[in-house]
Design a protein around this ligand. Structure first.
Ligand code: FAD
Ligand code: GLY
Length: 376
């Protein structure tokens, strides 16, 4: 049995895996190149929305998302209990809003299969919709109401996980700098050399380096087509009743956070590792806000920021053991849903550490699937 494990990366995935591994009795080390949650995880809107993010079919990815949503309540309770901090988790429900009657036809099959998987979704129109969410534009004729979806304050969850990990004795290194070398030992185990700290060894390593995980190809000897997709996002000052539900439209989404901010996101830009905010990116969100939520018209944005989502070539995460490197596990590429997927990823990665055979839940997410393609 392995006793020690390194999490390479201190975003939501690395910290969640560290928390769960520490609870299971491992000696855990987190190596973070910059600051904890300083990349995608700190930028996220924090929506836990498996139904709104999966509209086509109940495939393996949807099932993974749903499993994670179902884990969230006990997970957050544990994180809050160990950290003594709040994560502002709110079961607000969501409304997917539509302006044209023609948009409603494809909804019926979606409602049917979503409800087979526990969504309790229903179509809401006219006065009933206005009563549910008075601030919506009158152009909106109908909405798909999904009461089960929730949201969390992502930077708060990251901070709580960091504190919980410290209390459990996890060794946390931030600003560890550039990764210089990853040496796998013949029998088992790994040594990591980073620019800012002395070399560190452990029995296992979990790769949780988000959009930067592709750089590990040279040491893992598998194909890792992971690339950054920038999300630009902004917020407005708000009162609790300004927006009661998460709103998804064809142009943007909105979430009202308990600390008095409506968060509006987000672009999907191909901009390499550039995480800057552009006027063009935010103006698109402002125009969408004016159109769908008229009370935001003429309001200034309170904050504007951006993050780099870790996207893979097929849009699915990489969770599993690395072929040919028995000490390495991947937990990367969570693209638009890493906050939602953090509890299930932590469970699955730690099951692999425990030596439990790979769950049927993750066969679709094998980190070796692109290497197989390369050799065809
Ligand atoms: P990151 O948070 O990027 O963390 C990876 C960490 O690894 C970084 O801190 C980085 O510095 C570090 N690192 C990189 N290379 C190395 C190395 N070699 N050694 C050590 N450390 C390294 N998801 C949701 O579920 N719901 C949402 O509502 C949502 N909204 C989003 C909105 C926006 C605008 C964006 C950008 C993303 C959103 N996401 C959302 C997606 C979510 O943020 C990501 O899927 C998730 O944060 C990925 O987590 P991660 O830990 O893998 O990556
Ligand atoms: N899941 C929302 C986003 O990635 O912008």
């Amino acid at each position: 049995m392995p006793q020690s494990v390194i999490m390479l990366g201190g975003g939501i995935i690395g910290l969640s895996c560290a928390f769960e591994a520490a609870l299971r009795g491992y000696r855990v080390i987190v190596l973070e190149a910059g600051n904890f949650g300083g990349q995608a995880s700190g930028a996220a809107a924090g929506m836990l929305a498996p139904y709104s993010e999966n509209t086509d079919q109940p495939d393996a990815f949807f099932r993974l998302c749903l499993q994670s949503l179902n884990l969230y309540k006990p997970w957050v309770e544990k994180v809050e209990a160990y950290s003594g901090m709040s994560t502002d988790w709110v079961r607000s429900g969501s409304l997917n809003v539509f302006r044209h009657e023609a948009d409603l036809f494809p909804l019926w099959s979606r409602i049917r299969w979503h409800n087979e998987w526990g969504a309790k979704a229903e179509l809401v129109e006219g006065a009933a919709l206005r009563e549910l969410e008075p601030g919506l534009s009158h152009e909106i004729t109908a909405a798909l109401y999904c009461p089960e979806e929730s949201h969390i304050y992502a930077p708060g969850l990251v901070a709580a996980l960091e504190t919980a990990c410290r209390k459990l004795g996890v060794k946390l290194y931030d600003y560890a700098g550039e990764l210089l070398d990853l040496a796998f030992h013949e029998a088992s185990g790994v040594t990591v050399r980073m620019a800012g700290i002395p070399a560190i060894s452990a029995d296992r390593i979990v790769i949780c380096s988000g959009a930067w995980s592709g750089a590990l190809e040279r040491w893992l000897n598998i194909s890792l087509p992971i690339h950054p997709i920038r999300g630009q996002i902004c917020s407005y000052e708000s009162m609790p009743d300004d927006l009661r539900h998460m709103i998804f439209s064809s142009q943007a989404y909105w979430v009202n956070k308990p600390m008095g901010r409506i968060v509006c996101g987000a672009s999907e830009d191909v901009a390499g590792f550039d995480s800057s905010v552009t006027d063009r990116g935010i103006e698109r969100l402002i125009r969408a806000s004016e159109r769908w939520l008229p009370h935001l018209t003429d309001k200034n944005t309170a904050h504007r920021w951006a993050g780099l989502r870790p996207a893979t070539m097929d849009g699915l995460p990489l969770i599993g053991s690395v072929e040919g490197k028995p000490s390495a596990i991947m937990a990367s590429g969570h693209y638009r849903n890493g906050i939602l997927l953090s509890p299930v990823t932590a469970m699955l990665a730690c099951d692999l550490l425990d030596g439990r055979t790979e769950s049927s839940l993750i066969t679709a997410f094998s980190p070796n699937r692109f290497t197989a393609l390369r050799s065809v």
